[in-house]
Design a binder for this molecule. Structure first.
Ligand code: BGC
Length: 568
C-alpha cells in the first residue's frame, strides 16, 4: 500500500530517505514514560530518561518507539487524562526535552509514534473548565456530552450506564451559581469527560494537534479508543442492558459507529501532507471483521490486533489467529499487527503461568486483567518459558510487532503492590473486584542494586519487588541465554531476514504424532520458525539454528520452545 501525498508540497521529511512503508514490518517498542527511566530523580520517568537510554533501544534493535501519553495530566488515568494536547507534563520534561529526545531517536534510526487521546480530555482541560463556567446549552458545553438528569430535580443520572472502569458513566456538575446541575458523560473515569465529535471545533483542534506533533518530527500516532469517538445518543437513552444487547455493527449508539471513519479520513489528509506520510495505528476493540476499515489506506493505516494476546498458548489457537489476521490484513491492504503485552493487560509471562479460570471458560493464557497476577497458583518458570516461546513466534511473523517495555526482560506482573500505593482508577472504581493495571507499569529495573534498581537516582513511583534484581538489564546484559539477549538476537535477525510479508505453513517430517502441538511456518528467504507448544521434546528439524527461546543442548526441540532455522 502506498500513501500518496495529495498535498502540493509535502511539508517535512523526518528522516532522510525514509521508506514510506517502514511501518509494515516494524518492531515497535512501547514506552510508558513515567516508568521507563527517571533522569531528574522525582520518582517519575521522564523524557531525558528516555534520551539517556536511546543506546539501549538501538542495541535492542527496535525500529520505532510508541510513547504513551506524556502530556500535562493529573494522572487520574496514568496520563490518558490529558490537560493540554500540545505540551509536555512538567513532571516529565519540556518541549525542548521532547525535541532532544526525538532527534536522539532519529539519529539512532528509531522512529517515534506518539499516543493521542481523542475520545476524552481530562477534567482540567481548559475546554472542560470553560464548560463548567458556561451556561447550559452554550457552545462551551457543546464540546462535551452534557445532559439534564432524570427525576423531578434532575437528581438522577440521564441513564444507568456504567463506565468501563466501573461505577457510573455520568457525573453531575455544580452550576456556576452553586446549584446542582447537568450531568456529563465519561466512558472511563469521571476525570475523563467524553468529547462531542459532532462539534466541528473538536475536529479542528485535533487536526491542529496532529500537525503540531508532526511538525515536531513525530512519525505517527497511536489512537486511543479509536472506536469510541462518534456517538449518536437519542433523546431517550437506552438502558445499559439495552446498550449491551445492541449489535456493534456500525449503528451502536457509542461503539464502532460507521461514521467514525470520516474522522480518520480527515486525519489521513493531514498525514499525507508530510513526506513520508505519518502513520496511524488504531486501538479499536472491535469485532475482528470490522478492523480492516481502521487499517485502510484511507483511514489510519494500521489497527491493533489483540487476538494473539487473547489466544491460549496452544498450537491450534495460534495458527487460527495468525491465519485469520493475515487474511484481514490482506483485505485492508495494511500489514497485520501483533501484540502480546501492553500497559493495559497482565504481562504475558504471568498470563501463561496462571491456571485456567475456575469456571473453565477461559484457558491458560487468556485470563488477563485478572487480579494482577496475584494468584498463589502462578507457575512463574512455566509462564516465562512459554512467554519466550510466544515472543519468538510473534517476532517471526510478517507484520508489525508491538512490544511493551520490560517484556524483553521477561518481567512478570508485579502482584505485591500494597493497596495504599495503587494508582489505577479501575482499582478505585471497582473496589475489590479488580486490582487494576499497576502491576505491569512498575518502573523498569536497569541495575541489580540501588534505590530503584537504576530506574532513577531515588525512589520509584510504584514499589519494585526484590525479584526485579535478577531481571535487571545489568543482570541479563552479558548472560548469553537471557531473555534480553534472545530479544536482541531475534530483532537483529528480523531485520536481516526481512522479505515479503507472507508466510507458508509447513508440516515437519519427524514431528508426526506431536504435530498437533508443533506449529511451523516458512518465511520468504528460506528460514522457518518452529514452536513446540507441548510439554514433551520433539526431534529438532533440520537446518542451521538462528535463535531459540531455550538453550538447545541436543538434537531435540524441548517442550514450550520456539526455534528459527535457516533451511539447508
Ligand atoms: C488506554 C488505557 C486508558 C483508556 C482510556 C485505553 O484503551 O490504552 O490505558 O485507560 O484508553 O483512555
Amino acid at each position: 500500500m502506498s500513501f500518496t501525498s495529495t498535498a502540493a508540497a509535502p511539508r517535512t521529511t523526518t528522516a532522510e530517505g525514509t521508506d514510506p512503508q517502514w511501518w509494515r514490518q516494524a518492531a515497535v517498542y512501547q514506552i510508558y514514560p513515567r516508568s521507563f527511566a527517571d533522569a531528574d530523580g522525582n520518582g517519575i520517568g521522564d523524557l531525558r530518561g528516555i534520551t539517556s537510554r536511546v543506546g539501549y533501544l538501538q542495541d535492542l534493535g527496535v525500529d520505532a518507539v510508541w510513547l504513551s501519553p506524556f502530556y500535562p495530566s493529573a494522572l487520574a488515568d496514568g496520563g490518558y487524562d490529558v490537560d493540554d494536547y500540545r505540551d509536555v507534563d512538567l513532571k516529565i520534561g519540556t518541549l525542548d526535552d521532547f525535541d532532544v529526545m526525538i532527534s536522539g531517536l532519529h539519529s539512532a534510526g528509531i522512529r517515534l509514534i506518539v499516543d493521542i487521546v481523542p475520545n476524552h480530555t481530562s477534567d482540567r482541560h481548559e475546554w472542560f473548565l470553560e464548560a463548567l463556567q458556561a451556561p447550559k446549552g452554550s457552545p462551551a458545553r457543546d464540546r462535551y456530552i452534557f445532559r439534564d438528569g432524570l427525576g423531578e430535580t434532575g437528581e438522577q443520572p440521564p441513564s444507568d450506564w456504567t463506565s468501563i472502569f466501573g461505577g457510573p458513566a455520568w457525573t453531575r456538575i455544580t452550576e456556576p451559581d452553586g446549584t446542582p446541575g447537568q450531568w456529563f458523560l465519561h466512558s472511563f473515569a469521571k476525570e475523563q469527560p467524553d468529547l462531542n465529535w459532532r462539534n466541528r471545533e473538536v475536529h479542528e483542534d485535533f487536526l491542529r494537534t496532529l500537525r503540531f506533533w508532526s511538525d515536531r518530527g513525530v512519525d505517527g500516532f497511536r489512537v486511543d479508543v479509536a472506536h469510541g469517538l462518534s456517538k449518536d445518543l437519542p433523546a431517550n437513552l437506552p438502558s445499559q442492558a439495552e446498550l449491551d444487547a445492541t449489535p456493534k455493527d456500525g449503528a451502536h449508539p457509542i461503539w464502532d459507529r460507521d461514521e467514525v471513519h470520516e474522522i480518520y479520513r480527515e486525519w489521513r489528509e493531514v498525514f499525507n501532507e508530510y513526506n513520508p506520510p505519518k502513520i496511524g495505528v488504531a486501538e479499536a476493540w472491535v469485532d475482528s471483521a470490522r478492523r480492516p476499515k481502521y487499517a485502510s489506506a484511507e483511514g489510519l493505516g494500521q489497527a491493533f490486533n489483540f487476538d494473539l494476546l487473547e489466544a491460549s498458548f496452544e498450537a491450534e489457537a495460534f495458527r487460527e489467529t495468525v491465519a485469520f489476521n493475515l487474511e484481514l490484513a490482506a483485505k485492508s491492504g495494511s500489514s497485520s499487527t501483533w501484540v502480546l503485552s501492553n500497559h493495559d493487560v497482565v504481562r504475558h509471562a504471568t498470563r501463561y503461568g496462571l491456571p485456567p479460570k475456575a469456571d473453565g471458560e477461559e484457558k491458560a493464557g487468556t485470563n488477563w486483567l485478572l487480579n494482577g497476577g496475584a494468584s498463589p497458583e502462578l507457575q512463574a518458570e512455566t509462564g516465562l518459558r512459554r512467554a519466550r516461546a510466544a515472543s519468538l513466534f510473534e517476532l517471526a511473523l510478517p507484520g508489525s510487532a508491538y512490544l511493551y517495555q520490560g517484556e524483553e526482560l521477561g518481567l512478570h506482573e508485579v502482584a505485591e503492590i500494597p493497596d495504599a500505593d495503587r494508582q489505577d482508577p479501575t482499582f478505585f472504581r471497582s473496589p475489590g473486584s479488580s486490582v487494576g493495571r499497576d502491576g505491569c507499569r512498575v518502573p523498569l529495573p536497569w541495575s541489580s542494586e540501588g534505590a530503584s534498581f537504576g530506574f532513577g537516582p531515588e525512589h520509584a513511583h510504584l514499589p519494585q519487588p526484590d525479584w526485579f534484581s535478577g531481571h535487571s538489564v545489568q543482570a541479563q546484559d552479558t548472560a548469553e541465554d537471557s531473555t534480553l539477549n534472545m530479544y536482541r538476537r531475534a530483532l537483529q535477525l528480523r531485520r536481516e531476514l526481512q522479505g515479503e510479508d507472507t508466510l507458508e505453513w509447513i508440516e515437519l517430517p519427524g514431528a508426526e504424532g506431536s504435530s498437533t502441538e508443533v506449529l511451523a511456518f516458512r518465511r520468504p528467504g528460506g528460514w522457518i520458525c518452529v514452536t513446540n507448544f507441548g510439554e514433551q521434546a520433539v526431534p529438532l528439524p533440520a537446518g542451521e539454528v538462528l535463535v531459540s527461546s531455550q538453550p538447545l543442548r541436543s538434537e531435540v526441540l524441548p517442550g514450550e520452545t520456539t526455534v528459527w532455522l535457516r533451511e539447508h
